[in-house]
Ligand binder design. Structure first.
Ligand code: PMT
Length: 405
């Protein structure tokens, strides 16, 4: 923690403790925040009170603990809403599936959720729950909604859980939560004034009005990169193929379908200081797109579809010229001899950096939440550990900020 020593001096953290088994860790969180100079005020949800006592939280935070939406005493001391607004940040740790759902729906059914709805300060959420609850489509939809509204997340992490299951759902380690709080209240903006162009998702190539050729990209990696660059202060244009993802907060999103449309949107977005091509662009489109739905007649052989080469967006952006971004970053999606193929791709396409990732089915890279990349530049290869796609994005954004400084 030495790198962020005293980074919370004078800061007021309002900690909301929801009802999960990880609530006991919030006691350590209070102490670690105080070590960093923060004043911590706490609110326990009704369920939170089942896991840690107001007495313990009050003793550690050295102040009152807010629990009751309609407490006359608390109201006479300081209005609840005022309290949340006088803090520098609201932190929900642990955040259960239940409180995430209430936050996403805008429900104010107790003090904690009322404060979250009423605050004008940044909100950081540290989820902790059973792996199936975390992976449930309802929870994932709520998380996407909250992220699109600018709510910051730290974790959850993979690991063994109290319920004897393994997977994502464990509360982030306390030092990581402290770091995330520091990042939100003291945002670094090294990319302020820079324009970043990011491509994301698949492209789809129509065969006829109802059929198309596409691929398995979900857009998670590209969207995370756009969000990470925006978090460092960049103006970001995200050119995206069809995905089921919410738009990242504070990012301009241009929606396209085909590779040709993606190239046109990228060229229209120039000039840019940096371009990151994370999209899985179709290498080929259909040579003659049928104007009407192709009809199947009984006994007919299947139609033969002639393909034609699509433009290469990464190679086009990398080509020397007055509008070439200072830094052009590509991805290489490979299923074998990953690094060697990626090195050759970097040379062929002329980009500055390429991030090689293995997209064999067993890796779950396409559509999954994690990625293991090797950064290849003119100076060598740097294999990164397997990380969440957000962590890959944050690390890449930091390197981009360094390169452009
Ligand atoms: O979207 P997710 O589910 O999160 O998955 C992430 C990802 C696997 C899609 C991503 O990490 C990734 O690898 N993106 C690049 C996919 C790809 O098309 O790789 P490629 O090796 O075929 O292409 C190399 C590079 O050229 C890429 O930067 C690609 O965007 C670019 N390209 C490719 C073809 C083309 N016609 N134009 C391009 O710009």
């Amino acid at each position: 923690m030495t790198d962020i020593e005293h980074m919370l001096a004078g800061k007021k953290v309002f900690l909301i403790i929801a009802g999960g088994i990880a609530a006991y860790k919030s006691l350590d969180l209070i102490r670690r925040l105080q070590d960093q100079g923060a004043t911590v005020r706490c609110c326990l949800t009704e369920n939170g009170k089942q896991f840690v006592t107001p007495m313990a939280v009050s003793a550690l935070s050295q102040g009152p603990v807010y629990t009751d939406q309609f407490s006359l005493k608390d109201e006479s001391e300081m209005g609840h809403i005022e309290l949340s607004r006088q803090s520098d940040i609201l932190v929900v740790a642990p955040a259960t599936a239940n409180i995430l759902a209430r936050m996403a729906a805008g429900i104010a059914d107790e003090l904690a959720t009322t404060l979250i709805l009423a605050t004008d300060k940044p909100v950081l959420v540290a989820p902790a729950m059973n792996v199936r609850m975390w992976l449930h489509a309802a929870t994932q939809a709520n998380v996407a909604t909250l992220k699109s509204r600018g709510i910051a997340f730290v974790g959850p992490e993979d690991g063994a859980m109290a319920c004897n299951e393994f997977g994502p759902g464990r509360l982030a380690e306390v030092p990581e939560i402290v770091k995330a709080i520091v990042g939100v209240v003291n945002p670094r903006r090294p990319l302020a004034g820079r324009h970043a162009l990011v491509t994301s998702g698949p492209t789809v190539e129509p065969i006829d009005p109802v059929r198309f050729i596409a691929n398995r990209s979900s857009g998670k990696q590209g969207h995370a990169i756009a969000a990470a660059l925006a978090a460092l202060g960049a103006r970001v244009t995200l050119v995206s193929g069809p995905t089921g993802l919410a738009d990242p907060a504070g990012v301009e999103v241009v929606r396209i379908e085909t590779a040709k449309q993606m190239l046109a949107a990228c060229e229209a977005a120039l000039p840019a200081d940096v371009a990151v091509c994370a999209a899985a662009v179709a290498d080929w489109g259909v040579a003659a797109v049928a104007g009407q739905k192709l009809k199947k007649q009984v006994g007919d052989p299947p139609p033969t579809i002639a393909l034609t080469a699509n433009p290469d967006i990464l190679a086009t952006l990398s080509a020397p010229g007055p509008h070439r971004p200072r830094l052009v970053v590509g991805f290489a999606a490979e299923t074998e001899t990953v690094v060697a193929h990626a090195k050759a791709k970097r040379a062929r396409k002329g980009c500055d950096w390429i991030l090689a990732n293995d997209v064999s089915a067993a890796t779950g890279t396409f559509g999954g939440d994690r990625n293991q990349v090797t950064l290849i530049s003119a100076t060598g290869c740097d294999p990164w550990p397997a990380l969440s796609k957000q962590a890959v994005a944050a690390r890449l954004a930091d390197l981009i900020a360094e390169a452009l400084s």
